[in-house]
Design a protein around this ligand. Structure first.
Ligand SMILES: C[S@@+](CC[C@H](N)C(=O)[O-])C[C@H]1O[C@@H](n2cnc3c(N)ncnc32)[C@H](O)[C@@H]1O
Length: 302
């Protein structure tokens, strides 16, 4: 390894150098350079750098293609944002102007193998802020390494809230008897032996009001479960457990309480979409499918 110091480099020159590194798939080196020039950048250059940090901070097999798409969009239009599974342009993206949001998203990007979940994080942030004014606790079914909850809890200073946030996971992936079609290989690759209870507990140590529970949904809900729920983040990647959780939890959700279904609109989770849509349709209700892939549901007053 060599350390290189560059002096008197303009933001434009730094951007060009780092883009070259992106094109040759040296994403980490590009990331260091983007972070270095960001504080001096303004306007369109700043947006361009933030977009590149989003891609470079969590390289995936899709990063090179995403970067090429980003560059093409930037040449032909304005106000671009590009993450995994979503590209927007000519749209307001308030998070790109929010330095704290961007810094925290960057800090925790490594916790999930998907790049640029900023719109998704913004949805959950909205729902959790709403929950602050309701009488009830918060829940996340399927915490994995803690990406979403950690981001939101840090952003909102949740440690000071007079509420609890209950988090659940098997810490062993989707149980074999709950796998939806096509999820076997994905489950092995993403969740088996890739994370642990201890690692996640350590991550949430600064939050005494976050309760981390190891166990299988739905059975574990008979042992640990808040009486009243103001926010539920449903993210188990399997329809059987999510439907069983809805059966047990729906009556505990307070009027105005929100459920965010993380997987609802992702094509690979079509079984969840069908099952959950049907569950709500039976009750004359509907989940809003967002372009982020999330499903949003606000419990009506009656
Ligand atoms: C997509 S990940 C969750 C991601 C997480 N919400 C985040 O923001 O990073 C899905 C998680 O659900 C867990 N899981 C799947 N089925 C489960 C079940 N029946 N009970 C408990 N956890 C389960 C898996 O172990 C995995 O960690």
């Amino acid at each position: 390894m060599v350390d290189i110091t560059l002096t008197n480099v303009s933001v434009g020159q730094g951007l060009a150098l780092a883009d070259g590194l992106m094109l040759t798939q040296h994403f980490h080196a590009a990331l260091l350079l983007y972070r270095k020039i960001l504080p001096e950048a303004r306007g369109d250059q700043r947006r361009a750098i933030l977009n590149r940090i989003v891609l470079a901070s969590q390289p995936t097999p899709r990063t090179a293609a995403a970067f090429a798409t980003l560059q093409q969009l930037e040449r032909s239009t304005r106000d671009v944002f590009l993450g995994d599974g979503i590209a927007t342009w000519l749209k307001t993206t308030p998070f790109l102007d929010d330095d704290r949001f961007m810094a925290l998203a960057d800090k925790h990007a490594k916790l999930i193998p998907i790049a640029g979940l900023h719109w998704n994080l913004a949805t959950v942030l909205w729902a959790v802020k709403r929950a602050e004014r309701l009488d009830g606790d918060l829940m996340e079914l399927g915490v994995f390494r803690g990406h979403t909850t950690l981001f939101v809890a840090e952003y909102l200073g949740f440690a000071e809230w007079p509420r609890k946030w209950f988090l659940y996971d098997t810490f062993e992936g989707v149980p074999d008897d709950q796998l939806d079609e096509g999820w076997g290989e994905r489950n092995e690759r993403a969740y088996k032996d890739t994370f642990s209870y201890d690692e996640v507990a350590e991550r949430f140590r600064p939050f005494p009001n976050i309760v981390l529970t190891k166990g299988r949904v739905p059975e574990i809900l008979d042992e640990v479960c808040p009486e009243r729920i103001a926010f539920l983040h449903m993210d188990l990647n399997n329809s059987q457990a999510e439907i069983a959780a809805l059966d047990r939890l729906y009556d505990r959700i307070v009027p105005g309480g929100v459920i965010v279904f993380d997987d609802y609109g992702w094509a690979a989770a079509r079984t969840q979409y069908e099952a959950e849509r049907a569950w709500f349709a039976k009750r004359g209700l509907e989940i809003l499918l967002l372009p982020t892939g999330q499903g949003l549901f606000v419990k009506p007053e009656r």
